[in-house]
Design a protein around this ligand. Structure first.
Ligand code: NAP
Length: 327
């Protein structure tokens, strides 16, 4: 009997064809709308596989998915899933690591450059016709090259940010992670620090940890108070890693210089968020991996993981190996 995949993210025609060669596919284009959610609920009891991103798969939805064997997430972050619950139910969870690492690190650096050199603010001044005389010190930014780069979470993306900082911008690199990484230290001349010391010593603090129970609100008022007044916070991890209200207060009080934020407590961000009123904030719409090439590579990876799971092969990017029982 053919397998059934419920897809809640649109695929390119080539990938759709590839998936359809292995399964019947139901596409739900706007799963966040009431109508889309209703269609998802109706489709779940028949699903062997679920493929998509940015949907909180809670126990109530999973209870409906009585046949479900695999969830293939088009993301590296798996904070939308209760991994233990999926494992208990014997459902495989896969993600898309590696293929988005370099692009997400590029986004991190785009935010570093944009905040330090005030690119968005000054470009808006030009576009709005407010560039009427040579700019003066009130518009000057701060240098990036040679400044100390502190990376919180030295994994795949953290390393790619370190590589850019070290080789591209001559930045001394500090990092904080679960454990010291001697190979990273050797490659990028990086030094391990406690979180407190890293916050205190860095000019740029770049967050690249996954969102977990341990990293939720990792950066709050107390941590922001340890940062230098000229320091800039970059968050390309997840919004909830930062206490957003504490960050707003720190930015309003110019307790830190600026923040470059790709991720937020609530997404899309509320249009009346005080963050959007601040000149010293560059906010982007969770676009870390959002290039044509990388999104296609992520979708390909997710499709391949799903095909493996449905075929009874061990998927390459299995997040919960203990749910895997070879036949
Ligand atoms: P990764 O390779 O797993 O790296 C995460 C690193 O964080 C690991 O080195 C880990 O340390 C460290 N870490 C985990 N918990 C920690 C804690 N409590 N304290 C200190 N360090 C901790 O993951 P990745 O591929 O680099 O991705 C990282 C995250 O970036 C994803 O989970 C996702 O949420 C986010 N992301 C965002 C975007 C975007 O669009 N903005 C795009 C891609 C990814 P150990 O190695 O010692 O375990």
């Amino acid at each position: 009997m053919s397998k059934h995949v419920v897809l809640y993210k649109k695929l390119s025609p080539a990938l759709m064809q590839r998936l359809q060669a292995h399964a019947d596919v139901t596409l739900i284009e706007d799963v966040k709308s009431d109508e889309g959610m209703a269609r998802l609920r109706d489709a779940l009891p028949h699903a062997d596989g679920l493929l998509g991103a940015s949907l909180k798969l809670d126990a109530e939805l999973l209870d409906r998915a009585v046949k479900l064997k695999a969830v293939s997430s088009v993301s590296v972050g798996v904070d939308n899933y209760d991994i233990d619950d999926l494992t208990r139910r014997g459902i495989l969870l896969t993600n898309t690591p590696d293929v988005l690492t370099q692009t997400t690190a590029d986004t991190g650096f785009a935010l570093i450059m944009a905040t330090a050199r005030r690119v968005v603010e000054l470009a808006s001044m030009v576009r709005d016709g407010r560039w009427t005389q040579n700019i003066g010190p009130e518009h000057f930014g701060t240098d990036v090259h040679g400044k100390t780069l502190g990376i919180v979470g030295m994994g795949r993306i953290g390393e790619a940010v370190a590589q850019r900082g070290h080789f591209g911008f001559g930045m001394p690199v500090l990092y904080h992670s679960h454990s010291p990484k001697p190979d990273v230290e050797a490659r990028f001349d990086a030094q391990y620090r406690s979180l407190e010391d890293l916050l205190h010593e860095s000019d740029f603090v770049c967050l690249t940890v996954p969102l977990t129970a341990q990293t939720e609100r990792l950066i709050g008022a107390e941590q922001l108070a340890l940062m230098r007044p000229q320091a800039i916070l970059i968050n390309i991890a997840r919004g909830k890693v930062v206490d957003e209200q504490a960050l707003i207060t720190a930015l309003q009080n110019r307790q830190i210089r600026a923040a470059g934020l790709d991720v937020f407590d609530r997404e899309p961000i509320q249009t009346d968020s005080p963050l959007l009123q601040l000149d010293n904030v560059v906010a982007t719409p969770h676009m870390g991996s959002a290039t044509d090439e990388t999104r296609e590579a992520m979708a390909r990876c997710a499709v391949d993981n799903m095909i493996s799971a449905l075929s009874g092969d061990k998927p390459k990017d299995l997040v919960n190996p203990s749910a895997w029982h070879p036949h």
